[in-house]
Design a protein around this ligand. Structure first.
Ligand SMILES: [Zn+2]
Length: 290
């Protein structure tokens, strides 16, 4: 089985930019005869009722999905197994740094800001025992490369930084980078369509996939939706959700298809003519109705 997917966090309602990305993910999957899976990334930031609302909004747009909706909160066993596999090969180590220590530590040359500088990589057993008394350890990947290259249908061959990513946080929660890679591999997802603010995460996720014996997916990082100030669109920007826009008289599907240079049509109707290569490459600046 091959599949594409949409994987929202149930932290609130989807906004029109999220819905646009979902439509693009659906079109890319369906047009390439893939299944289209929905995965709820509910490891943190869960707002009660948000998942139901998100699924209803996707259905209102005319998007359909295959199989049951998968929730990350129900998959701890898979993440633990992946972590154990990496640990068994000496690819995991304890990190005791606070977020602030990571940000303030000098990075390796050419590493992007915020990259982990490897502070705890080679602590002695005595040092680790000492630090364990101070704070619970996060678990990090002992990465064997500083860069990795992925293929992206829009951005082409993209090389980006790989650092010792967190696999499990100090509070015991599975880190996003591990969960997303394990889920995609386990679900047969070989096409990842998402907003291009995640492009720089793709190399480290693809590298982690190879360590877990999976083939990295083909990526399609689509342009982000911005507000009038040029920042990532957010709910505080006004009427941006399906419900708010519909209440304001906006045809949400029409607004999205128009932003993609497409005629107003249902997702199903768009399938025969949709051309990923023809969508605008610049961000969509969304101006909420007043
Ligand atoms: Zn550390």
């Amino acid at each position: 089985m091959t599949a594409g997917r949409f994987a929202p966090s149930p932290s609130g309602d989807l906004h029109v930019g999220n819905l646009r990305t979902a439509l693009l993910a659906w079109l890319c999957a369906r047009q390439s005869d893939r299944e289209f899976l929905l995965r709820v990334e509910d490891l943190d930031r869960v707002r009660p009722g948000a998942e139901e609302g998100q699924l209803a909004d996707l259905a209102s747009l005319g998007l359909t999905w295959d199989g049951p909706v998968v929730r990350q909160s129900e998959r701890a066993r898979l993440y633990d197994a992946a972590l154990a596999s990496l640990a068994g090969r000496g690819l995991v180590y304890e990190c005791f740094c606070t977020r602030r220590e990571v940000l303030e530590a000098p990075s390796a040359p050419h590493a992007p800001p915020g990259s982990y500088p490897g502070t705890c990589r080679d602590l002695t057993e005595d040092e680790r025992a000492q630090r364990r008394r101070e704070r619970p350890a996060a678990l990090r990947l002992r990465a064997g490369t500083a860069t990795f290259t992925v293929e992206d249908a829009i951005h082409g061959t993209y090389e980006g930084a790989v650092d010792d990513v967190v696999l499990r946080r100090g509070d015991g929660a599975v880190a996003y980078n591990l969960a997303v890679v394990v889920d995609d591999a386990h679900q047969g997802v070989d096409q990842v369509v998402r907003a291009d603010d995640l492009l720089s995460s793709a190399p480290r996720q693809a590298y982690l996939a190879t360590l877990l014996g999976a083939t990295p997916p083909t990526y399609v990082h689509v342009p982000l939706t911005l507000n009038v100030d040029g920042r990532r669109l957010a709910k505080r920007d006004g009427a941006v959700t399906y419900a708010d826009l519909t209440a304001a008289g906006v045809d949400v599907l029409g607004a999205i298809t128009s932003s993609l240079g497409l005629d107003r049509a249902t997702p199903q109707e768009l399938l025969s003519t949709f051309d990923l290569a023809a969508i605008p490459r610049e961000p969509w600046v969304f101006v909420p109705p007043t």
